[in-house]
Design a protein around this ligand. Structure first.
Ligand SMILES: Nc1ncnc2c1ncn2[C@@H]1O[C@H](COP(=O)(O)OP(=O)(O)OP(=O)(O)O)[C@@H](O)[C@H]1O
Length: 636
């Protein structure tokens, strides 16, 4: 068992354990600030149920469900609770799929309805007089595709869950899974009973970012079988990052609300900063702070928190200044770890900034700037254009560099179409291996640091030597057989997802230097010091640099200049304020809160702004960082 399980029970833990033991069961909502040990309480609750009720659950074939926001978080919790089969830890999509997958007949029926719904939407759009001819052409194609899929449904034997829906292939994407399962739960009492019987406990971590529809559906499962079912949410509305998240969850009458006043993560200086950031939002002030045993006695960790306000300047100058900040911190704090990449974490607002610094800017731009459908899957490595690199090129070239011949042969055996010919025997195998060796000898130099080889060059080698299967969609773009249909500008979503954009993205992708994939891989494997401010929820690090830079961000959602009062609010912002809606200032405050609260010991904010003078004035007024902890270019 790990540290999390071993940390002492707090009052909140005792209250929670009481909810778990009471008959009839009591659902609860744990709401507490950053680093207060919500995930720790969750892990301890899981362990508590296993030890008090495990045998009964085992006998009835029941499990405790724990829903996390990311696969990484799921793995961490899974490791924490010691991998027991009584606990089902997964992301929400994967959990919902577990719930619905036995009902294949109903899924097929729902898909048929969904296709009809999509067709109706398209037909309505096509019928509108302002729809342009080009858009109509695309709609006609989409309609034909959907109708073909509807006809092919009978032949689809089984539906599965994937990243994007492809009904003909029996794949349901994330969006469809959410729609399908929430609708089924809301409409079907039997399904609700089945869920609560199979999973008599369902816990949701990071509940502030859960879709409202899912919360509603789970609440209904709770009320359907409340005597024997326990639903528990663990969250912090101040840490809501995504606009689709529910934020605050309204408890139902008989639910317990559990709060945690402490912060166990942050040093004294960091705690002061995050309390001040939070003050204008809901005023919650955490107490305590990180403890360490010094000379046998538990002591508060003092730590440090400072901000550097620097001019925007060019990209190179910014990178140079960031290095200088690290040097100053090393000197000021007497800690050389600030100079080592693996000992610090740098939070950027968008991946693009990390991409520039890790030397994959064109690859990033190709996958982000043209075609909306590629964006999301690029950063988690799930989109089809990059699969041959992740599954074949990078592992093979790495194995070549390390002289691991057995690994190369094993990859080729499982992937190479040249080797898969059923008739291959004796001499033919030898010849094929020679041929593949020539292919690999041609491939490796294309990925060298000194090479100008492009991604298209790499694909040509893969195809010529039959090193690995290349997806039909990639082949179609290489052979330029994908028709470039322009869409009108009247529909942004349509525009972002048009075939023309896919063609542009693939063209830009093919032209990228292949060697950029090394930087991408480092980032993707989380081996670089960079992470995004949105992506670090739930994590913690000793030394944190968080970069506040509106120039780098293309997100209109966040603006540090507006947050600090350096830039004026736009008319839309003002309208949102008047209407009491969420807007850029609270949104940026929450992002700032999440990133600063990741620091266990030292926190450095580096704020790049076009108006340094005004920023200094505003920060001194705000007093988030103590006097003497606001530095400028002169201090570097
Ligand atoms: N009862 C406790 N005693 C001592 N340390 C604790 C306790 N609970 C949690 N911690 C430590 O505090 C840190 C934060 O815990 P945890 O990640 O569970 O907090 P959280 O509330 O889920 O954080 P966040 O919402 O900011 O992601 C971890 O290092 C954890 O080990």
């Amino acid at each position: 068992m790990t540290r999390r399980i071993n940390s002492p029970d707090t009052d909140a833990d005792l209250k929670l354990h009481d909810c778990l033991e009471r008959v009839p069961r009591v659902s609860f909502n744990m709401i507490a600030g950053a680093g207060s040990g919500k995930t720790t309480s969750l892990v301890k609750a899981l362990s508590h149920v296993v030890s008090t009720n495990g045998n009964a659950l085992r006998m009835r074939g029941q499990q405790i469900a724990c829903i996390t926001y990311t696969e990484i978080a799921a793995k961490e919790i899974w490791d924490d609770v010691g991998n027991t089969p009584l606990i089902h830890v997964s992301t929400i999509h994967s959990f919902l799929w577990t719930v619905i997958k036995p009902f294949q007949k109903d899924i097929k029926q729902w898909v048929a309805g969904r296709i009809t719904e999509k067709c109706n939407e398209l037909e309505e759009k096509s019928a509108k007089s302002r729809t342009r001819e080009q858009t109509r052409k695309k709609i006609a194609k989409d309609l034909a595709r959907l109708k073909a899929q509807a006809q092919g449904l009978d032949k689809t034997p089984y539906f599965n869950y994937g990243t994007g829906s492809n009904y003909a292939k029996g794949i349901l994407g994330h969006e469809d899974i959410i729609k399908l399962v929430t609708a089924s739960i809301m409409e079907n009492e039997v399904l609700r009973k089945i869920i609560s019987q199979k999973f008599p406990y369902i816990f949701v971590d990071e509940s502030q970012d859960t879709f409202p529809k899912i919360v509603e559906a789970l609440k209904l499962v709770d009320s359907t079988n409340s005597e024997k079912f326990c639903l528990g949410f663990f969250g912090d509305p101040m840490q809501r990052i995504y606009p689709t998240g529910i934020g605050e969850i309204n408890p139902v009458n008989n639910w317990e609300t559990i709060t945690k006043p402490e912060n166990f993560r942050c040093s004294q200086q960091v705690l002061k900063v995050i309390n001040k950031i939070r003050k204008p939002a809901d005023g919650l002030e955490q107490i305590g702070g990180r403890m360490e045993v010094v000379d046998g006695k538990p002591m508060h960790v003092e730590g440090s928190a400072q901000i550097f306000i620097l001019p925007i300047e060019g990209e190179e100058q910014r990178t140079a200044n960031l290095k200088k900040v690290q040097s100053i911190c090393a000197k000021m704090l007497g800690d050389d770890n600030w100079l080592q990449e693996e000992k610090i974490k740098i939070f950027v607002i968008v991946h693009r900034m990390a991409a520039k610094r890790l030397k994959f800017p064109s690859l990033y731009a190709a996958m982000n700037d043209h075609y909306a459908s590629f964006k999301e899957g690029f950063m988690d490595g799930t989109i089809w254009p990059i699969k041959p690199f992740l599954n074949f090129v990078l592992p093979v070239v790495s194995a070549c560099k390390a002289n691991e011949n057995a690994a190369i042969i094993s990859i080729l055996r499982s992937q190479s179409p040249t080797l898969s010919a059923p008739s291959m025997k004796g001499a033919e195998v030898r010849e094929a291996l020679e041929f593949l060796k020539t292919g690999i000898d041609t491939l490796v130099p294309l990925l060298e640091e000194s090479s100008n080889g492009t991604i298209l060059d790499v694909f040509n080698v893969l195809i010529k030597y039959g090193l690995t299967e290349v997806d039909e969609r990639i082949l179609a773009h290489i052979n330029e057989t994908v028709e470039r249909i322009e869409t009108s500008e009247e529909d942004v979503e349509e525009e972002e997802n048009s075939v023309a954009n896919e063609v542009d993205a693939m063209k830009a992708y093919f032209a990228c230097p292949a060697k950029e994939f090394w930087g991408y891989k480092k980032y993707f494997d989380q081996q670089s010091p960079f992470a995004t401010q949105q992506g670090v929820k739930g994590a913690e690090f000793d030394r944190v640099i968080t970069i506040l830079d509106d120039e780098e961000g293309t997100h209109a959602q966040f603006s540090y200049d507006k947050y600090f009062g350096v830039a004026e609010l736009s008319d839309t912002d003002k309208k949102n304020v008047r209407e009491g809606k969420d807007y850029v200032v609270p949104r940026t405050r929450r992002l700032f809160y999440v990133s600063c609260s990741r620091a266990r010991k030292d926190l450095v904010a580096v704020y790049f702004t076009s108006d340094v003078e005004k920023a200094i004035m505003k920060l001194n007024e705000e007093n988030i960082f103590e006097k003497g902890k606001v530095f400028t270019l002169e201090n570097l």
